[in-house]
Write a protein that binds this ligand. Structure first.
Ligand code: ADP
Ligand code: MG
Length: 245
């Protein structure tokens, strides 16, 4: 199936001093595709996400979003960050703002929406993640799973072309993981383009179009979940799966 590319990395290399953290990365994420990135700790998964959102610079290669190179700075960069939303392990909500304000804030500041329009949209999005009734509360009054769903609603409020998730459920108590994965499954079903770093293999199997396995800064497998989980090609992947499954 030929898909229209949305995110394209070509021969991307990045160093932290001596450490070659991304090595010749080639990755295309098509529109509406869900790509799950897995691999051992320190393999470069977070750096990859951060490079796509230009929270990190790269030393060589190119990264394009919708056929355009990532902007370097200024307004275009702020626009990119809105177009490629990111959801982190730590929810990064503003503690002194209500749930509603958290979702509305960037709509007003970045998207220049009127406050009342932003609030209306925020309530719709909070409803979509099952949290409309929590709108007046402060983040600390919510569970971790609820806070992460607010973070997802906040990212969606920017009408992103793609969403990046960096271990969105790793900081959650086990009983809250599913409510977040369920929201992500729904987004995938609705056609959102997603890059998801996760150790949740059930999600990878059920929601991913492709699984990308990274080790030591390289992509060493990039295949369908079916192929990857039933017949991993490399010893690194076999070893990783034997530890995690
Ligand atoms: P992963 O998300 O797969 O665990 P990371 O992308 O966070 O891996 O990190 C890859 C490697 O880069 C690790 O060895 C990590 O210690 C190193 N690293 C990450 N961020 C920095 C940084 N800001 N400065 C120096 N080294 C870093
Ligand atoms: Mg990481």
């Amino acid at each position: 199936m030929a898909v229209d590319p949305l995110i394209e990395l070509r021969d991307v290399n990045k160093y932290y001093g001596e450490l070659h953290v991304l090595q010749d990365i080639n990755l295309t994420v098509g529109k509406g595709e869900v790509v799950v990135v897995i691999g051992p700790s320190g393999s470069g998964k977070s750096t990859l996400c951060r490079a796509i959102n230009r929270l990190e610079t790269i030393e060589s290669g190119t990264i394009e979003l919708d056929g355009q190179p990532l902007p370097e700075e200024g307004k275009a960069l702020a626009k990119l960050r809105a177009e490629v939303g990111m959801v982190f392990q730590s929810f990064n909500l503003f503690a002194h703002k209500t749930v509603l304000q958290n979702v509305s804030l960037a709509q007003v500041k970045v998207r220049k929406r009127k406050r009342e329009d932003a609030d209306k949209r925020s309530l719709e999005l909070l409803d979509r993640v099952g949290l409309a009734s929590q709108a007046p509360k402060f983040p600390a009054q919510l569970s971790g799973g609820q806070q992460q769903r607010v973070a997802i609603a906040r990212a969606l409020a920017m009408e992103p072309k793609a969403l990046l998730f960096d271990e969105p459920t790793s900081a959650l108590d086990p009983e809250m993981i599913n409510e977040v994965l369920e929201v992500m499954r729904q987004l995938a079903h609705d056609g959102m383009t997603m890059v998801v770093v996760t150790h949740e293999m059930g999600f990878a199997r059920s929601a991913a179009n492709r699984v990308v396995f990274m080790a030591d800064g390289r992509i060493i497998e990039d295949r369908t979940p079916e192929e990857f989980f039933t017949n991993p090609r490399t010893d690194r992947a076999k070893d990783f799966l034997s530890k995690i499954l």
